[in-house]
Write a new protein. Structure first.
Length: 198
């Protein structure tokens, strides 16, 4: 019923764990929006073939697939935040390094770093949502979480895209890395405060 849907939504948005995970995926996918929108153009502008551009995303995809189950299991042992924050920082390194490399080999290294970090953080943030909500409200909570995923992509691709013309692509990737790093600092601080207040 509409009332039960509203109740589930309110419980989700009032839950600190769900909100924290949703914020985490938002800042992460702001960078992802930049990656998918502008790295292909940047690579083509450098004279890299379309096939090798596709290879960048194939390497990224393989890295995310390999790392998710491993890091999910690790987070069960050492705690969600202890995995999320280092893996988010790895995405910062991945996207920043794109601005440094001109060769396809270097860019593939960036794809591995970004894929490893993004895949790990996404999987563990999803687990964090499930940890913090009762089973009957998990569907609504995951909807809030995935909405922030989509919102982050929109903000990254459109919002930061406005800066692409004036900055150029290398500096755009550096700016994205800086914004992501600042977002991670806030995420870590909020996580610490939330843990202390439990």
């Amino acid at each position: 019923s509409p009332d039960s849907l509203l109740e589930g939504f309110l419980k989700a948005v009032r839950n600190r764990g769900v909100l924290l995970a949703s914020y985490g995926i938002f800042i992460l996918t702001v960078s992802y929006g930049v990656v998918v929108a502008f790295i292909p153009v940047h690579m083509i502008n450098q004279g890299i073939s379309y096939t090798l551009v596709g290879g960048f995303f194939a390497v990224y995809a393989v890295a995310t697939i390999i790392t998710r189950p491993v890091m999910g299991k690790l987070s069960d042992k050492v705690g969600r935040i202890n995995v999320i924050v280092p893996m988010m920082l790895l995405t910062v390194a991945g996207i920043y390094s794109v601005s440094l490399f001109a060769s396809i080999d270097g860019l593939y290294i960036s794809a591995v770093a970004y894929g490893f970090g993004f895949g790990s953080a996404y999987a563990v943030l999803s687990a964090m949502v499930i940890d913090n909500i009762k089973p009957k409200n998990r569907g609504t909570s995951m909807a809030v979480f995935t909405s922030n995923f989509d919102l982050g992509i929109a903000v990254g691709s459109m919002g930061l895209g406005l800066a692409a013309d004036s900055l150029g692509y290398p500096r755009l990737f550096q700016l994205t890395a800086l914004i992501l790093f600042m977002g991670i600092v806030v995420f870590a601080a909020l996580s610490f405060i939330s843990h202390r207040n439990k």
